[in-house]
Design a binder for this molecule. Structure first.
Ligand code: NAI
Length: 345
């Protein structure tokens, strides 16, 4: 028997995880609260915890989990920038869901672009109010425009295919370009200078934090469309507000936001928003914000639940943790044990 405590659990998590048919000897308990230093005590008596993007798994939380006898942190997401992986090394195992539906995220990025540049969100509200005026709804064709894609991993590559379907020219930048592909890679400065639309699909790392800032914004075309479905901190939101005010950025499509942790996934409709930067962004007609929902399709939720369950069952069976374990040595040429099909530690 392995008891698993879920943090930041939503009704769709409960539903998708309860629908997994072969749970083996796993039992699930769902907590709505996010994991952090104040709530970690809920993990007492559990063998594993399951967390999402806005749970805090820092050194203090990890130490408590280890003290409580917790053996595994199962991320039900791909990104693990919210986990102190270095501190967890040799203390507690971390597993994740490396891919659940790259299509969901890539399609959402395109949905945001189409919605914003064709003013669908405005038209939706207008026609419901019997306002059939077209004033202010002029958009532009995607066909023939240049899109710059930063990060050509699973999601970035699908997004590129979608853009090609629209007849767009695609430029890409990746720190580790895909070898022998038909992707046209350029340096970041060229991508910034030539793109009408820039879409971010790289992970958040110390290197990519505030990749989009006042200096890089200056290198972009006037009225550029910026799309971020990756991680909020890729963009310096204060600098983005200034660039929107000066019309440097024509449209911003944001599924993620640097300070989303305390806001996204919750209903604050009866509250006054404390975050002035987000409030300013939301006040602009050319900014479209969704609250980290790019992944949210039935297909993705099913895959997340199945892979997370399999990750935990694999651990329980005493097997190697599989490809889905993340550790401090991941990818390091000599140290990575996973590459040698050995348990990380
Ligand atoms: P992936 O790991 O397949 O691809 C990431 C790509 O970024 C790789 O090709 C990598 O070489 C590249 N990269 C790494 N460092 C870079 C740098 N400094 N500059 C440029 N490129 C760099 O990841 P995947 O599945 O395509 O996901 C991309 C991101 O999307 C994730 O990191 C995650 O933050 C975000 N995401 C957002 C979701 C949402 O619901 N909004 C859901 C799932 C993922």
């Amino acid at each position: 028997m392995m008891k698993v405590a879920f943090f930041d659990a939503k009704e769709y998590d409960v539903s998708s995880f309860n629908q997994v048919e072969d749970k083996g000897s796993l039992t699930f308990q769902f907590f709505e609260t996010k994991l952090n230093e104040n709530t970690v005590e809920l993990a007492k008596g559990f063998d594993a915890i399951c967390v999402f993007v806005n749970d805090t798994v820092n050194a203090a939380v990890i130490d408590k989990l280890v003290e409580y006898g917790c053996k595994v942190i199962a991320l039900r997401c791909a990104g693990f920038n919210n986990v102190d992986v270095q501190h967890a090394y040799k203390k507690i195992h971390i597993v994740r869901v490396p891919a659940y539906s790259p299509y969901a995220v890539a399609e959402h990025a395109m949905a945001m672009i189409l919605t914003s540049i064709r003013r669908i969100h405005k038209a939706f509200n207008r026609t419901r109010d019997f306002n059939f005026s077209l004033s202010g709804l002029v958009g532009f064709d995607l066909h023939g425009k240049t899109v710059g894609v930063v990060g050509t991993g699973k999601i970035g590559r699908i997004f590129i295919d979608i853009c090609k379907g629209f007849g767009m020219n695609v430029l890409a930048y990746d720190k580790f370009p895909v070898p022998n592909s038909d992707i046209k890679y350029v340096e970041l400065d060229e991508l910034y200078a030539k793109s009408d639309i820039i879409s971010l699909h790289c992970p958040l790392t110390p290197e990519t934090k505030h990749l989009i800032n006042k200096d890089t914004l200056k290198k972009m075309k006037d009225h550029v469309v910026l799309v971020n479905t990756s991680r909020g901190a890729l963009i310096n939101a204060v600098d983005l507000v200034e660039a929107l005010k000066s019309r440097k950025v024509g449209v911003a499509c944001l599924d993620v936001y640097e300070e989303e942790g305390d806001l996204f996934f919750r209903d604050y409709s009866n509250h006054i928003l404390d975050d002035d930067v987000l409030a300013r962004l939301l006040s602009m007609p050319n900014v479209l914000v969704t609250s980290h929902q790019a992944f949210l399709t039935n297909e993705a939720l099913g895959n997340i639940a199945q892979t997370t369950t399999n990750n935990l069952k694999t651990y329980l069976a005493g097997n190697y943790i599989t490809e889905n374990e993340v550790c401090y040595q991941c990818g390091l040429a000599d140290q990575c044990k996973k590459k040698r099909k050995e348990r990380c530690f």
